[in-house]
Design a binder for this molecule. Structure first.
Ligand SMILES: Nc1ncnc2c1ncn2[C@@H]1O[C@H](COP(=O)(O)OP(=O)(O)OP(=O)(O)O)[C@@H](O)[C@H]1O
Ligand SMILES: [Mg+2]
Length: 586
């Protein structure tokens, strides 16, 4: 089976870069050319030095050309030449160091920029799409694949580029000095390349694929292990969860061991081929004509070129392997960035006033990868300033309806418009909404930061109003750190009711025009809920409220109550008639 070519992967990489970044690559290439030229210069300088050692008078010739005094002793000639050689090496390596820094800083900057762009794309992707994903996948793409793509993939291209140019330049030099040696090197290079391209590279592609897979699953298992800690302990499933992680971790370890070992093999093959042929060639030359001493100069060149070429060729092969194993990551990131996360799902409209109503017309919705409609033919008008309650059996589509009103999910049929014209999937609509979800996500931060969620400059006035309205004051007063108390990951250090009230405070903090509560008081005792409902009703005076609740009493101040059943609106009624009906049934 053929694997995707390196060129097509490079094209995909290119497509992910900005114009400026592509120009940077020209810079990287230019640098590579410069250092490789210098590499040739240093190789020749060593040849000269060897010649001078052998016959100082040749050195004198060079020195004269450079304007040195002509009456130097042989020792002085060697001394000066040595200093020049040292200086050339110093300059070359200073430039090589600059190249390395330039290369790494440029690539890591691209890395950071790209992750930023990718996260921005994810941030505008459809919530329905997000629901089909495991969060480990997103973490693997951004933290694993993208990281690989730049830190390994791009660095390896840069190394192949500079090593490749040096390699070609040295080969050029050798062709000039001794065509038969060049031929030998070509032959070795040819044999090794065919082996690498046909046998080794496809393997590395598959290693990459497997590593990608095991990284994802082991990541996912680790996350589950730590998230489900309580359940794991109580259900006595320590072993099976550790085992689940180990299966992938073991696979990953195995692949990495093979990969690293295989990557060491080319060096050995090259060494055998090269040293073997090199030694034979020299022996042959000695037999043929020249005395060993006459060959010192040219031998210096061979030796340098050889000992620089061999590791060079080896590095090129290693980096090709690395690149090939990164191709699956490049493909995934390319796919995510250009296809899956490319669509802009939220729109920006001019800022508007919500004056009249939210109009839901003949709405039908189905979750991705499911067969049945979660909502079908729902029509409803919610007037500004109204308080609407939603009840219905579990699974009847209440949360789904709310997610559609929030513009997070998109109907496949029907429409929801605000004031007859504004789309709900707009940033401007989201601005007007305070939403308390059925399950709350608290960040591992202070109460204050969780209420002001993501806001840098916290408005203390609004913060305090929200805390009072959400019945949090008494609780916060008992804490020695007050609003600066850290709540723990997902609010693990708080009670369910405390978490819920923080979520309510978060919604109120923005003092939104529209409030949406999805079972927002389910974890509260009757008294606290009653008090909370009083304040919610007070703050709701001139606001529009949509409230999902299981306890009918929670909805007693609602103007209308919508009864949902199997994805449809069965009835729109009010509290009293619903209450009577329930009584009759009882
Ligand atoms: N992400 C999802 N993918 C597929 N199906 C889903 C998804 N979320 C919910 N559903 C299904 O859609 C239907 C409606 O779910 P929804 O969450 O809207 O119910 P609900 O009325 O809010 O229930 P509850 O009172 O239990 O919160 C259910 O049958 C549920 O299984
Ligand atoms: Mg729900």
């Amino acid at each position: 089976m053929s694997t995707p070519s390196i060129l097509s992967a490079i094209q995909k990489l290119r497509a992910l870069l900005t114009r400026e970044e592509k120009l940077k690559w020209l810079g990287i290439f230019g640098f590579a050319l410069t250092t490789s030229l210098l590499e040739v210069v240093t190789a020749s300088v060593i040849v000269v030095f060897a010649q001078v050692l052998n016959a100082p008078e040749t050195g004198l010739k060079y020195l004269r050309k450079m304007g040195f005094a002509s009456d130097l002793s042989p020792g002085h000639v060697v001394f000066y030449i040595a200093i020049i050689v040292g200086a050339v090496y110093l300059i070359k390596n200073l430039i090589a160091a600059a190249e390395v820094f330039f290369q790494n800083f440029s690539i890591q900057k691209m890395n950071y920029h790209f992750k930023n762009k990718l996260l921005h794309r994810y941030a505008r992707s459809d919530y329905g799409f997000y629901l089909t994903r495991n969060s480990s996948f997103g973490i693997a793409v951004v933290g694993g694949d993208t990281e690989m793509m730049f830190s390994s993939g791009m660095i390896s291209i840069a190394s192949i580029l500079s090593e490749g140019v040096i390699f070609l330049a040295l080969i050029g030099m050798i062709i000039y000095m001794n065509p038969s040696l060049a031929l030998t090197i070509f032959a070795i290079g040819g044999v090794v390349s065919v082996g690498v391209v046909k046998v080794v590279l496809p393997r590395f592609y598959r290693f990459g694929q497997k590593l990608q897979e095991t990284a994802l699953y082991s990541g996912q298992n680790l996350m589950q292990f730590f998230h489900a800690f309580k359940e794991i302990i109580l259900l006595g499933k320590r072993e099976s969860f550790i085992e689940a992680y180990q299966v992938h971790a073991r696979k990953k370890a195995g692949i990495q061991a093979i990969q690293t070992s295989l990557n060491a093999l080319p060096r050995m093959v090259i060494e055998i081929l090269f040293v073997g042929l090199f030694v034979t060639t020299i022996a042959y030359l000695c037999l043929d004509q020249e005395a060993p001493s006459q060959m010192i100069g040219i031998l210096g060149g061979y030796l340098y070129a050889g000992f620089r070429l061999m590791p060079g060729l080896n590095r090129i092969i290693n980096q090709l392997n690395v690149f090939k194993s990164v191709i699956p990551s490049i493909e995934r990131v390319h796919q995510e960035y250009t296809v899956l996360a490319a669509k802009e799902n939220y729109v920006s409209v001019s800022d508007f006033q919500f004056n009249q109503h939210i109009e839901i017309k003949d709405l039908s919705f189905k979750y991705l990868n499911t067969e049945h409609d979660a909502l079908s033919h729902v029509s409803l008008q919610i007037k500004k300033g109204e308080c609407i309650g939603i009840v219905g059996e579990t699974g009847s589509g209440k949360s789904t309806l709310v997610d559609l009103i929030l513009g997070l999910l998109k109907p496949y049929q029907g429409s929801i418009l605000v004031d007859g014209q504004y789309p709900v999937h707009s940033y401007q609509w989201h601005q007007k909404i305070g939403y308390v979800p059925q399950s709350i996500y608290l960040t591992d931060d202070t109460i204050e930061k969780n209420i002001a969620f993501g806001e840098k400059d916290i408005d203390l006035n609004r913060l305090n109003l929200a805390i009072d309205a959400a019945q949090l004051r008494k609780f916060i007063d008992t804490l020695s750190e007050g609003v600066m108390t850290i709540v723990g990951e997902r609010g693990i250090r708080l009670s369910g009711g405390e978490r819920q009230r923080i979520a309510i405070a978060r919604a109120l903090y923005r003092s939104p025009e529209v409030l949406i509560f999805d079972e927002a008081t389910s974890a509260l005792d009757n008294d606290t809920e009653a008090r909370l409902m009083e304040t919610i009703n007070a703050v709701s005076k001139d606001r529009t409220v949509i409230m999902i609740a299981h306890r009918l009493t929670t909805l007693k101040d609602c103007n209308r109550i919508v009864v949902m059943d199997k994805g449809c609106v069965r009835n729109v009624t009010d509290y009293n008639s619903l209450q009577n009906k329930v009584r009759k049934h009882a």
